[in-house]
Design a protein around this ligand. Structure first.
Ligand code: HEC
Ligand code: HEC
Length: 320
């Protein structure tokens, strides 16, 4: 059994397990004078403890049924240890293994769902996105594997991107979404505190705010614009529209991963950001990844008929 670091622990467990049962039987044997229902003297002894003047504590023998139950429990324990794996390396007469049971159940499960997934094998992601059955599966997979970070409505939160707003850090094509799910993503903005002081960062933040039409101080925006050109355009672009190949967000659209306040932007500039989406190719099957891709893609690519009905004003100026 690979669970043990070395052979010693297997023996240790076996000895403790058998020793425990033997000890229980030995205890019963040495205390056998308490087992008979009628004591030899014919009179129940007392323990010598007396309360309230006349309340005596009797020392009644254990009832016979109790003794039998005790013995049966010992016999059951020995039988169990013989049949099941409980003695260190010993695999048990029945050869039961919980790992194998899980593997069998998983294989059975995979077999049962194969025909359901087979239907989607030849379909494209946009086609799957329109299939009500696939959307149901996609939503369930999302709630199980993705919602803890992206929220049950996929609208994200601070540091977790909104997947339903049509705005993408890395890209919203089916291929890119699939790659994100499979391989994960690592969004890194380097810290600038060695090159930029807090006052300068504040000015740059004012300029960044002006890019998406938020209120900003014109004098500071003017100063910040110059520094933005020096430090930020390599990733966020000359126009601040970002670069999906680097996962550098568009700063002009008023969609914020962290927040739009000057303090939050200054924090991002001085301390940088290090954000990780875990890879899922070892957790989900290729079929599940395809359905999830379609579900996520479908959130911002609704079929026209649905679009009319589903896009409310609140949703169309998507998140902030
Ligand atoms: C542990 C938290 C976590 C889980 C679980 C998680 N994600 Fe993410 N996801 C993130 C973070 C953080 C990012 C942003 C990465 C970055 O900043 O570049 C992200 C980014 C993404 C993106 C890219 C968004 C964009 O704008 O380009 C997609 C698509 C995505 N996740 C889908 C999913 C799906 C589908 C699942 C479930 C299979 C999932 N995520 C599970 C944390 C998570
Ligand atoms: C090396 C590339 C790179 C440089 C240079 C860079 N950034 Fe970034 N920036 C990123 C990446 C990547 C992210 C996304 C981080 C994440 O996924 O969490 C980001 C995120 C941000 C955010 C958060 C946006 C939001 O939606 O909350 C702001 C604001 C920002 N950068 C501003 C700046 C400013 C201002 C500068 C110049 C001082 C700068 N960046 C320089 C790569 C860069």
């Amino acid at each position: 059994m690979s669970d043990f670091v070395n052979g010693f622990w297997g023996y240790f467990i076996a000895i403790v397990a058998v020793g425990g049962v033997v000890w229980c039987i030995w205890l019963l044997y040495t205390q056998r004078r308490w087992l008979s229902a009628t004591p030899a003297s014919g009179k129940v002894e007392d323990t010598g403890h007396v309360w309230d003047g006349d309340l005596t504590e009797l020392n009644n023998p254990v009832p016979t049924w109790w003794t039998w139950m005790y013995l049966l429990a010992c016999a059951f324990a020995l039988g169990y240890l013989f049949l099941m794996p409980g003695l260190g390396q010993y695999k048990g007469k029945l050869g039961y293994s919980s790992t194998e049971e899980v593997a069998q159940q998983q294989a059975k499960m995979a077999e049962a769902v194969r025909p359901i997934y087979a239907r989607f094998e030849t379909m494209s992601v946009p086609q799957i996105a329109q299939d009500p059955g696939a959307r149901e599966i996609g939503q369930r997979l999302f709630l199980n594997t993705c919602a803890q970070c992206h929220g049950s409505d996929a609208k994200g939160g601070p540091s977790f991107p909104n997947l339903a707003d049509g705005d993408w850090l890395h890209g919203g094509s089916p291929e890119t979404i699939m790659q994100t799910i499979k391989e994960g993503r690592h969004g890194v903005m380097p810290p600038w505190k060695d090159a930029i002081d807090p006052k300068m960062a504040g000015d740059i933040a004012q300029y960044v705010r002006s890019l998406s039409g938020l209120t900003a101080d014109p004098v500071r925006v003017f100063r910040g614009k110059r520094d933005f050109a020096n430090f930020c355009v390599a990733c966020h672009g000359v126009d601040g529209k970002g670069n999906q190949l680097m996962g550098a967000p568009n700063l002009t659209d008023d969609v914020w991963l962290y927040g739009s306040s000057e303090a939050t932007i200054v924090k991002t500039i001085l301390e940088g950001r290090d954000n990780r989406m875990p890879a899922h190719e070892h957790i989900l099957s290729p079929e599940q990844i395809k359905i999830l891709t379609a579900w996520v893609w479908g959130l911002s690519n609704k079929p026209d008929a649905q679009k009319q009905a589903a896009v409310t004003p609140a949703e169309s100026d998507a998140a902030k």
